[in-house]
Write a protein that binds this ligand. Sequence first.
Ligand SMILES: [Zn+2]
Length: 101
Amino acid sequence: MVDDLVLQSLPHALERSVVNILKREIFLLFRPMLTKACGLKVSHYPSSSIFKCFCMRMELLDIPCDNVVIVLVHLYFTEISNSLFLARWSKNARSRDGASY
Ligand SMILES: [Zn+2]
């Protein structure tokens, strides 16, 4: 019986469908994954090849976070956008004294 479960994640319709098919103990194992997935927010602006992610790890590390990589894979990207890396991480980057790495 799952009637006493309070729906916590969005979208509630998806959560409700899971409640209706899973045993309570399995649903309680699954719910945190659904809640986490619903909290993931990645925006993609194709015209400028810009990605924004709620986690802000890209801004911290200057490489794509796993959430953005998931979107790239999901959208069947075959090339990585230069906008996802700092120019200094490129093989063609040069140091201030002109040496390449
Ligand atoms: Zn992220």
